[in-house]
Design a protein around this ligand. Structure first.
Ligand SMILES: *Cc1c(COP(=O)(O)O)cnc(C)c1O
Length: 213
């Protein structure tokens, strides 16, 4: 019964997030059009995503293959989906075949996954796919992403060895401890791709037990 209020809240929250991202862009000398907000919609319903779509947003992020391939066909085809999760080689075909409007994979962190994506784009006859190389800048072992020392080599591999991929930049992973490495979080550092989930869509159910929320 509370659904309409929640849906309205997501659209309002999106507007506020877009305004804040634009202001941060201006403060660091970027033009607002250079900053893309990826609305991270994992665990959220198709109807809630639709509410955010209906106020004009087109860029959404998901991190599980099974979830994105279920949701994408139920939503408009002009959505630009970003896959932001850890991607296993054996899921590449489902992802690319199941989401024709997949715009970007943000989580390329080794040559093997880059090669799988490259070959699958070719074999499905898709247009070239944008990718970000994900770098573990926080140095935490639990996080995905290439070690910074290997980053240049992986970017070269994508650019020179994967003709069906378009290298679109780096995704850096910050440490959860904001206070010790605040530079990992300030979008005023010049970020052009910002992933925002619960601030737009509300807290995810499975996070309610999490003390950090
Ligand atoms: C869930 C998720 C986000 C968004 O997290 P929020 O705290 O809800 O904004 C960002 N990046 C990745 C990789 C995620 O899985």
């Amino acid at each position: 019964m509370s659904a309409p209020a929640t849906e309205g809240a997501a659209a309002t929250a999106l507007r506020s997030v877009l305004t804040r991202a634009q202001q941060a862009a201006e403060r660091c000398g970027r033009s607002p059009e250079q900053v893309r907000v990826v609305a991270v919609s994992k665990t959220k319903t198709v109807s809630l995503i639709r509410q955010v779509y209906d106020v004009g947003h087109r860029c959404f992020g998901e991190n599980y293959v099974q979830e994105i391939v279920e949701k994408a066909p139920q939503l408009p085809s002009d959505i630009e989906w970003h896959f932001i999760g850890n991607l296993q080689s054996n899921k590449v075909k489902s992802l690319l075949a199941g989401v024709p409007n997949l715009d970007m994979v943000e989580s390329v962190d080794d040559e093997k996954i880059a090669n799988h994506l490259d070959r699958m784009v070719a074999s499905l006859g898709r247009k070239p796919l944008k990718v970000l190389v994900q770098v573990n800048t926080s140095g935490e072992e639990s996080k995905f992403g290439v070690d910074p020392s290997y980053c240049v080599q992986l970017v070269k591999h994508v650019k020179l060895g994967c003709p069906n991929l378009i290298f679109a930049g780096l995704m850096t992973i910050g440490m959860l401890d904001y206070s010790s490495t605040p530079e990992n979080f300030e979008i005023e550092m010049g970020s052009t791709n910002v992933r925002i989930g619960s601030t737009i869509f509300g807290a995810r159910e499975y996070l309610k037990k999490d003390k950090s929320q």
